[in-house]
Design a protein around this ligand. Structure first.
Ligand SMILES: Nc1nc2c(c(=O)[nH]1)N[C@H]1C(S)=C(S)[C@@H](COP(=O)(O)O)O[C@H]1N2
Ligand SMILES: [Mo]
Length: 430
């Protein structure tokens, strides 16, 4: 900091010193300053006035100072923890109880941890990882308490899969982004311990058919889960995309039930109780049930049905004529996506899209389709097919099957209307 007085000198008035080039990244911000005669010149400013150039954890989200020639001034130095370019600004647009992944702003299939959707029933608890405990009891031979470090000692597993809230559907207006329509789905690479490993450790009894998972948040959220899912592919995860799981996602550890409705992946997991019957908690009686035909209600509909959405082009993109790479994601809780079909003529004909491999189990799968848009008004849409043969339904088909226009597990085809002007909006009744 001893150089701060020097920093106020105009860089254009002197040569950049060797000292500044070698060690000087911490010294100054360079900005364009208007002189009294209206000429723009470069000037260095004290670091304290240039938050974009601060280093370390105090780095603030501030626009980078744009030099006229980045090769003529030293850039800022390394920092303790990085952040996206200040020219990029994807946001989760939080409400009081949830936030949504900006699907239209992302590439590939991994959701940056900072943009993973959030759904909290009682806010994000602050849990001391040193004091964290997971109790497992009920129909087991050895009731046990696991600390975080105990969980980390077991053989670890890493897998990539999505988490999707079963309430992931919105429609009703033309100007909606993919984020607004279905931004309650995100994908991470998760690391933790298989629940089956822990089941063996506590000796889950053969008669146990259900278990209760309980969260340590203010909602003390609870769900009943069939034990078979625990033996199959359930995990207790403590890491996400290579770092400790984020507080929003359940720090220090959460249950992860690949392919199942997000609500069952209990965050801030603090208790598991083995039983021979479901517990009929609030989340599986008054919530997370959906109506089907003939006035019946479906309960314990765990698996997420196949779905897809075109994320480019979509609202608010302004389309230009010529070759367009239609892009999107498809996913299913039943295994792998085997096919995504795209229609560029309002559903009259369908063509297979190209899938980006490797196609993972219960995972977002990227698809693309080349389209030469000549400027005519049309509708574009995608439909996903999974390895069980399930085909993503249209909105009309789904409404008829459910006898309702929404609700949980609502996964219709999203139709985008492309107007002559190149404006793209959500189509009527989609
Ligand atoms: N303890 C606890 N677990 C929870 C919730 C909660 O509010 N408390 N929300 C559930 C719901 S409804 C969903 S969709 C997912 C969301 O996970 P995410 O916030 O990591 O995206 O967490 C589930 N697990
Ligand atoms: Mo949810």
């Amino acid at each position: 900091m001893e150089e701060s007085s020097e920093n106020t000198k105009s860089l254009t008035e002197r040569k950049i010193s060797r000292r500044l080039l070698l060690g000087g990244a911490a010294t100054a911000a360079v900005v364009l300053v208007q002189t009294s005669v209206g000429k723009m010149v470069q000037a260095a400013v004290p670091q304290s006035l240039a938050p974009g150039l601060l280093t370390g954890s105090s780095l603030l989200k501030a626009p980078d100072v744009l030099p006229s020639d980045p090769t003529k001034i030293p850039g800022r130095g390394p920092s303790a923890s990085g952040m996206p370019s200040s020219f990029e600004n994807p946001e989760r647009l939080p409400s009081l109880t949830s936030s949504r992944t900006p699907l239209q702003d992302l590439y590939g299939t991994i959701t940056p941890s900072a943009l993973h959707f959030e759904r909290h029933h009682g806010g994000i608890p602050v849990i001391d990882p040193q004091k964290y405990e997971l109790v497992i009891h009920g129909m087991v031979d050895r009731p046990l308490i696991f600390r975080l470090k105990d969980l980390k000692r077991f053989p670890s597993v890493t897998r990539t899969c999505f988490i999707e809230c079963s309430g992931n559907f919105r429609s009703g207006k033309q100007e909606m982004t993919p984020q607004e329509i279905c931004g309650l789905t995100s994908q991470s690479e998760w690391t933790g311990v298989m629940l089956s490993t822990i089941f063996r450790e506590v000796g889950v009894r053969e008669k146990a058919t259900w278990f209760l998972a309980e969260g340590g948040d203010a909602a003390v959220m609870t769900r009943s889960i069939p034990v078979s899912k625990g033996w199959d592919d359930a995990m207790i995860v403590y890491a996400q995309n290579g770092e400790a799981i984020r507080p929003e996602q359940g720090y220090p550890a959460r249950l992860l039930l690949p392919g199942w409705e997000g609500n069952t992946s209990v965050k801030w997991l603090r208790r598991i109780e083995l039983s021979d019957a479901p517990f009929m908690t609030r989340e599986e009686t008054s919530k997370y049930t959906e109506s089907v035909k003939d006035g019946k209600i479906r309960q314990f509909s765990f698996v997420m049905d196949a779905r897809s959405i075109i994320t480019f082009p979509s609202f608010p993109v302004q389309l230009e004529k010529g070759w367009i790479e239609i892009r999107g994601i498809a996913w299913t809780g039943r295994g792998k996506i085997v096919k995504v079909e795209v229609s560029i003529n309002g559903g009259r004909s369908w063509e297979p899209a190209e899938l980006q491999g490797p196609v993972l189990d219960k995972a977002h799968t990227a698809f693309r389709y080349l389209w030469n848009w000549m400027g005519a008004e049309t509708e574009i849409m995608s439909r996903a097919v999974d390895e069980t043969g399930y085909v993503q339904p249209s909105y009309q088909e789904l409404c008829a099957a459910r006898d309702s226009k929404g609700g949980y597990h609502f996964n219709p085809i999203t139709r985008w209307r492309v107007q002559k002007s190149g404006k793209i909006v959500l189509a009527e009744g989609a």
